[in-house]
Design a protein around this ligand. Sequence first.
Ligand code: PMP
Length: 454
Amino acid sequence: MDSIRKKELEDLDRSLIWHPFTQMKDYVEEVPLIVEKGRGCCLVDIYGKRYLDGVSSLWVNLHGHRKKEIDDAIRNQLNQVAHSTLLGISNVPAIELAKELVEITPAGLKRVFYSDSGSTAVEIAVKIAFQFWKQKGNGGKKHTFLSFINAYHGDTIGSVSLGGIDLFHEMYGSLLFQVHRAPYPYCYRCPLERSAPACGMECLNRVEEILSIHHHEIAALVIEPMIQGAAGMIVSPKGYMRGIRELTKKYGVLLIADEVATGFGRTGRMFACDHEVISPDILCLAKGITGGYLPLAATLTTEEIFNAFLGEYKDKKTFFHGHSYTGNPLACAAAVANLKVMKEEKVLEKVQGKIHFISETLKKYDKLEHVGDIRQLGMMVGIELVVDKATKEDYPFEDKIGVKVIEEARRNGLIIRPLGNVVVLMPPLSMTRDELHEILSITYDSIKKVTEDG
Ligand code: PMP
């Protein structure tokens, strides 16, 4: 590519594209990073500069870029058909994938409803839960949901209603449906001002309080199991998820597990629910489902839920929901290939050593003056930066401390994205130890430079 073309692309990008979660006033002031190609865990920009993909291209990539098996599966499917609808008819890869998903997901999940993104997977879960209770004949009394402070479930209005991150969600308040909200176990800054483990998970009691009073009106509890991602990689204590499952059963409330971020090995198990051997009533999957190749999502339900939608045509119990690209054959073929790679390359086994390597290497981050908390579940890492370790004082929003760290990292060949004052690392499961070592050192140096050396 010649330099005129490069310049042209940069100008067009700045003048035409509205980038998500990006302050465009700042963006247009900088030279944009334009990716041209990728290979393994690296991305290469139009100038040929190589970057490690430290957040798996926004938490989606599992086996690296240009993974032969997935490339081939998509090409082969292209020779068959690129797209046909799933409304009333079916396609081969969608069926093959559904079979695999039912086999690998927690016990009891038997039906697969496809869509295109994490947000739609959650949106669908919400509508199914709501309609389920109506059609169970409880007179529609279960009309609301229980979700968590700092939850993130996507950007569509239903998933924003469940969300609890003020920065992203408060603006839309008057558009949203009301939900009950419980504190998530953010032990570093306990919302109940208790400390673990002496607290005996007081936060579970709060969930029980809400359920005991409001269970008649709550259709489902919606949770990011084991780790709240967008909140800043907040890992729940051992036993918490099991407690949530028991409480939802006790009070007759469906459990919706949003595993959009955690699914497909990201936490070191196939699904986060597997850490505590629990089965939700509804499971939301997206992101890693295609190995990070194509947009695809799935909402899985139990047979009991599915059965509540069966009836005579005239009864109108049908689930009237479906997107144009639902069950897209190319995406489903990529997902089948992804699961094959997971199995054949023993990805879950191999990743254990890498997870251990990351936790060992992260220990030295303690030495950094402004690292307040380091959280890790599998390949998901959050490093919380604070002004003062003793008081846990937050950096003010306008300091853009996380942004400065990732900009420094980028100059040094690492692409990462912060969540406020939390620096996030989420490498592909296939990242080698040398590459992991590299991303951990660049991140360390970037934090040190920005927070200590000014
Ligand atoms: N749920 C969770 C837990 C997520 O982390 C995300 C995305 N980060 C979503 C839902 C939304 O997914 P998408 O961006 O694909 O709509």
